[in-house]
Write a protein that binds this ligand. Structure first.
Ligand code: NAP
Length: 300
């Protein structure tokens, strides 16, 4: 017989881990399934300065703390990829390792990273999606960051402490990043913000040696020699499992569940970045985790 859990949570980021904490404290049996690494996107954030209670904490440490708290409360946390969720009472959650039965399921799978989609992106050394993981390899060298959001600016600031020079390439004139980060970046001597610029091509045979850039306003094409490009161009929702279950999504693919985290499919709840919402922050992900867990407890 497959093991039964009152609540199965799909996704081990802040939303999923918070849901596990709340559901365990409400006395439910909890299984949390994560396919890559606990902590989600926040685990690779260099520094978190907007989580209440911590003036500054590394994303990895915050992720560790969330994990430890959920584990200490008795949640079972497994690194398994969920392949399918079959509706019913109970629901059946099939992973790459086995299968589980669930009274209710909380979908908190978050988002997967978007890429620039350039030729060579998948095999050239020097292309990275994680400044904290790979930045040290390029200490003392010239690097670039693609993107104009808070993640891109945070990565650039982190890299500016290690690298000789950092160029931020952003496709529009205005940065959508938190203005405080843009201001800080403007104050760094070895950091250049290059708005209205797109990467046209990656240069190099095995290892990145430079970028071909195009100025979107003037149309000029230029060449920027760099050893690495850190891509931070946002994310796309991980909503495939939910779609297959019949949970409706909005035009961008985010799960259509309101602030109560309840989806139209009974016993299926949505929490965190994967849910259609106006503000995607660590705090709102955690808030969703709490709301979804309590809704799932009320259901089950
Ligand atoms: P984001 O805010 O969605 O920014 C993605 C950036 O990538 C945008 O500037 C976007 O350009 C650009 N972009 C998207 N597709 C592109 C393409 N094909 N080519 C070139 N550029 C492309 O994503 P994020 O920075 O990962 O942040 C995600 C969420 O986490 C946000 O809500 C953010 O506020 C939050 N966050 C907060 C902090 C913090 O310290 N407060 C830190 C990290 C993340 P456009 O602007 O032109 O669309």
């Amino acid at each position: 017989m497959e093991p039964y859990f009152d609540i199965v949570i799909v996704g081990g980021g802040p939303a999923g881990l918070t849901a596990a904490i709340y559901a365990r404290r409400a006395g439910r049996s909890v299984l949390l399934l994560e396919k890559e690494g606990f902590g989600g996107q926040i685990a690779s954030a260099p520094k978190v300065e907007n989580f209440p209670g911590f003036s500054a904490i590394s994303g990895a440490e915050l992720a560790d703390r969330l994990f430890s708290q959920a584990e200490a409360l008795g949640a079972r946390l497994e690194l398994e990829e969920v392949l399918e969720i079959r509706d019913g009472a109970p629901k059946r959650v099939v992973t790459d390792y086995g299968a589980y039965l669930a009274g209710a399921v909380i979908l908190a799978a978050g988002m997967r990273r978007r890429t620039l989609g350039l030729p060579g992106e998948d095999h050239l050394a020097g292309i990275s999606f994680c400044a904290v993981c790979d930045g040290a390899f390029y200490a003392g060298q010239d690097v670039a960051v693609a993107g104009g959001g808070s993640a891109a600016l945070q990565d650039a600031l982190y890299l500016a402490d290690l690298c000789r020079h950092v160029t931020v390439l952003h496709r529009r004139a205005d940065f959508r990043a938190d203005p405080i980060l843009v201001e800080e970046a403007r104050g760094r001597a070895n950091l250049t913000l290059l708005p209205s610029t797109v990467v046209e091509a990656l240069e190099g045979e095995d290892h990145l040696t430079g970028l071909t850039l195009r100025d979107t306003a003037a149309g000029d094409v230029s060449h920027l020699p760099v050893s690495a490009l850190f891509e931070a161009v946002g994310h796309l929702p991980e909503s495939g499992l939910a779609r297959a279950l019949g949970v409706p999504v909005d035009e961008a693919g985010f799960l259509a569940a309101g602030e109560d985290c309840v989806t139209p499919v009974p016993g299926i709840f949505a929490a965190g970045d994967v849910r259609a919402k106006a503000v995607r922050q660590l705090t709102t992900a955690c808030a969703d985790g709490a709301v979804a867990a309590l809704a799932a407890c009320a259901y089950n």
